[in-house]
Ligand binder design. Structure first.
Ligand SMILES: *Cc1c(COP(=O)(O)O)cnc(C)c1O
Length: 371
């Protein structure tokens, strides 16, 4: 008997009847893209919701990474983490730069600030860390290193929508932060993303870069890209913003149930909430210690899969293991022992706002075992 599948994620969809009037407004206006009314309203609404003065919408979460490096005129080498989605390193490559991988911290999965300094060379001009699973990086330590060596810092905050530390948005750290609003993320515009910066001048530059470099009707000031968000997705995002708090609260309840049930299972480690951090529960990774648990990560992963429970091995393989990058000196697994261990032991359990009690129980039963 095929049981119903439990997917790792499920998109946050606003109620259709609430969306219809938004669509009607777009149809009436006949303005469907290029900095329309919903685009402006969504930028304003996100600026307020996230507590960031300067935010530019993008058509996905990869192009703001690429554009940030371009806007900051980053050259040479960029220090980054192998424990992320592959887009982080791709963005470095697309700027003709060399990624330099640094190992991560086992508790958070984020780049290990203790190991950054040794990777800095005369060619290093920037650091691109990721707030993995929404866990805030050690931004103070990273900024201190950046200040000491004159480096730019661009945070890939694709997982960190709404995350705050001591009540302040994590997105105000570094020189810039990027967001992804892809369908799999906590907050979505279907496809979409954003770039957060810290001045009106920089926002203007970014807005030019995402619109082919146009600075006016007849002036092009840079080889920009096309990364404009259209009105339909901006409207979808504006409406979803009304529902995202509820979705995060639902995710939090899922996380609490998982944690409570898994805390005494030998060989299963969960990530804990960090004091003074408002988490968004974007993922629920567990790490399997095969010796203690009696089953390897892959054995558990496939056992879950057979039962229709579709976890994901985020982030396996490491970015540094993919063929475009594995020949880099810094990609050597011996230099990245922690990242390799996490990648070899992680499973992200189903985590979304719509998970039902029975589904959570089914997932837990498979991991805890019957007694
Ligand atoms: C999702 C994601 C991206 C890319 O975002 P897209 O919107 O899919 O282009 C970049 N970095 C990380 C860490 C992500 O998880």
């Amino acid at each position: 008997m095929d049981k119903q599948q439990i997917t790792v994620t499920s998109p946050l969809l606003p109620p259709l009847e609430e969306f219809v009037p938004y669509l009607q407004e777009i149809w009436d206006s006949k303005w469907i893209t290029n900095n329309g009314s919903f685009h402006k309203r969504l930028e304003q609404a996100l600026s307020e919701y996230l507590g960031v003065p300067y935010i530019s919408l993008f058509t996905n979460g990869t192009l703001p990474l690429i554009t940030a490096l371009q806007a900051l005129r980053v050259t040479g080498e960029v220090i980054t983490t192998p424990y992320s989605f592959v887009a982080t390193t791709h963005a470095i490559w697309w700027n003709g730069l060399t990624p330099v991988f640094v190992d991560v911290d086992p508790q958070t999965g984020n780049i290990d600030p203790d190991k950054i300094e040794a990777a800095i060379t005369p060619r290093t001009t920037a650091i691109m860390p990721v707030h993995v699973y929404g866990n805030p990086c050690d931004t103070a330590r990273i900024q201190a290193l950046a200040d000491k060596y004159g480096l730019k810092v661009i945070y890939d905050a694709a997982h960190a929508f709404g995350v705050t530390v001591n009540g302040k948005s994590i997105l105000n750290e570094g020189d810039m932060s990027t967001l992804s609003f892809h369908a799999t993320k906590t907050y979505t515009t279907i496809e979409g993303g954003a770039l957060v910066c810290h001045s009106a001048e920089m926002k203007q530059k970014i807005d030019q870069l995402k619109n082919f470099g146009f600075a006016g009707e007849t002036t092009v000031v840079a080889p920009g890209i096309n990364s404009k968000m259209d009105e339909v997705r901006a409207a979808f995002g504006l409406l979803n913003l009304k529902h995202v708090d509820e979705a995060i609260a639902a995710r939090r309840r899922v996380a609490e149930k998982y944690r409570a049930a898994l805390k005494d299972v030998p060989g299963i480690r969960c990530m804990e909430d960090i004091a003074n951090v408002k988490h968004n529960y974007s993922y629920f990774p567990i790490f399997v210690n095969a010796e203690q648990y009696g089953m390897t990560r892959d054995e558990l992963y496939f056992k879950l899969k057979e039962q229709g429970i579709l976890g994901r091995r985020y982030f396996y393989p490491l970015i540094s293991s993919f063929s475009p990058y594995r020949s880099y000196e810094s990609a050597d697994p011996l230099r990245l022992p922690v990242a390799n261990r996490l990648a070899d032991t992680v499973i992200c359990l189903p985590m979304h706002h719509g998970l039902r009690e029975l589904e959570i129980e089914r997932v837990l039963e498979m991991i805890v075992g019957e007694d």
